[in-house]
Design a protein around this ligand. Structure first.
Ligand SMILES: [Zn+2]
Length: 424
């Protein structure tokens, strides 16, 4: 038999995230009990050819050799992490606001005084393409070492046509040049820029009549997102932006019910959004609509922690209802300067009582579906991209348990070892 390019053998646990315990393969994101069923193969093996998985199973059933072989004995092997919600590209930082918040000011008060997102918008408008590329590349290098192999990245710190395009083009270039795959989202509706204060209608029209047509024509984004929140874009305004995005071929995503109940979950259900993200304060009706439409709840516990919120998204309720749950970092300078998915896994367990199996499902296959790549990555199955990790633990439950430690020993992207701890 033809040799594989790479073979991994003897894994203590190989988490396929493919078939469930009842030997059924779900056809979309995992819900309810499926989120706890990791499709574990003990003494597992994996073979890769041309960047794709060609064998998954028991080591003794593996009949092919490999040009390169990795002994994974005593290790956990699982799909690379999918970070399905980030704001990776921005300049500057906001540690002064961090301190002001610790001393009692609220996120909304700081934003109303011209701080918050708008201070990052200024720094990002002033930054060159090259410096944004450098910042992005350094951040991706860090993420890769902690196991992220695919990342969704939003624009939204330009809020001017040329600057939104600048950010999306940096994302496109990083996707070409970095091992991590980037999925681009247009977030012109992140905030109303300073020059449109008092004329929100004018800014929405700019998004509808100028930004969306140009970005769609240049093929720079897969999704359109909006910050649906009191004081930013309300239900109707968010609906307008997302509907227009849909007309231009960009699937809707939504920042929903983050700081208050603002109808975001309801809107996600109504528009058939691929995901609704945050959901700290969703309405029961909104959750029901999401369940009906199969909208994925992308939960961001790093953000509610960083904002010192006493309320976190009701993950258990969502899982019980059958809403598919994904997890992401929300990496951004204001409310979650966290780059690493394993940190988010620990927080999801501690703050939202998600089990170790559920956080792994949420950070792999469900994240992949939340960025429209569920048929290519997110699980270890024949025919899928060979994106996987070897962790220095012998049982998957240790992943959220060893909170704050980097357990990643090797990262394999499209069949190539792109990070190897033992060689540094
Ligand atoms: Zn966000």
């Amino acid at each position: 038999m033809e040799k594989a390019d790479l073979v991994v053998k003897g894994a203590k646990e190989l988490l396929t995230l493919g078939k469930t315990d009842r030997n059924v393969r779900p056809t979309g994101p995992r819900r309810g009990r499926e989120m706890s069923e990791l499709g574990i193969v003990e003494d597992g093996a994996l073979a890769v050819r041309d960047g794709k998985i060609v064998f998954v199973g028991k080591t003794q059933e593996l009949k092919m050799g490999g040009k390169e072989e990795i002994n994974a004995s005593g290790r956990v092997v699982l799909p690379g992490f999918i970070d399905s919600h980030t704001h990776l590209i921005f300049a500057g930082s906001r540690e002064k606001e961090f301190e002001r918040r610790l001393l009692g000011e609220s996120y909304q008060e700081i934003a109303e005084g011209g701080g918050g997102i708008l201070s990052t918008v200024k720094a990002t408008r002033d930054a060159s393409r090259e410096s944004l590329f450098e910042l992005g590349r350094n951040r991706l290098d860090e993420m890769l070492q902690w196991g992220t192999t695919t990342v969704e990245v939003k624009s939204g710190y330009g809020l001017r046509t040329e600057d939104e395009i600048k950010i999306l083009e940096v994302i496109q270039e990083l996707n070409r040049k970095h091992s991590i795959d980037l999925v681009p989202t247009f977030l012109g509706g992140h905030e109303v820029p300073i020059e449109y204060r008092g004329n929100k209608e004018g800014y929405i029209r700019k998004i509808e009549e100028e930004m969306l047509p140009q970005i769609s024509k240049m093929n720079l984004a897969s999704f359109c997102d909006v910050f649906c929140e009191e004081g930013v874009f309300d239900y109707e305004e968010s609906r307008r932006i997302l509907k227009k995005g849909k007309e231009y071929g960009l699937k809707p995503k939504i920042h929903a019910d983050e700081l208050s109940s603002s109808g975001g979950a309801d809107l996600a259900g109504e528009l058939g959004a691929i995901s609704a993200d945050h959901l700290t304060y969703p309405s029961e009706k909104g959750l029901e609509g999401m369940r009906r439409n199969g909208t994925i709840a992308v939960l961001l516990p790093g953000t509610s922690l960083f904002l010192r919120s006493e309320t976190h998204a009701p993950a258990r309720r969502m899982i019980e209802m059958g809403i598919p749950v994904a997890l992401a970092t929300d990496f951004n300078p204001g409310s979650s300067p966290i780059l690493f998915m394993p940190i988010i896994f620990g927080l999801a367990s501690l703050l939202m009582r998600m089990t170790p199996a559920e956080v792994i499902t949420a950070g792999t296959i469900n994240g992949a579906y939340a960025v429209g790549k569920g048929e290519r990555v997110g699980s270890l199955e024949v025919g899928k991209d060979a994106d996987f990790l070897i962790l220095n633990i012998d049982h998957y439950r240790q992943l959220p348990y060893w909170f704050g430690q980097n357990l990643v020993e090797k990262v394999v992207k499209k069949g190539k070892v792109v990070w190897n701890r033992s060689r540094v």
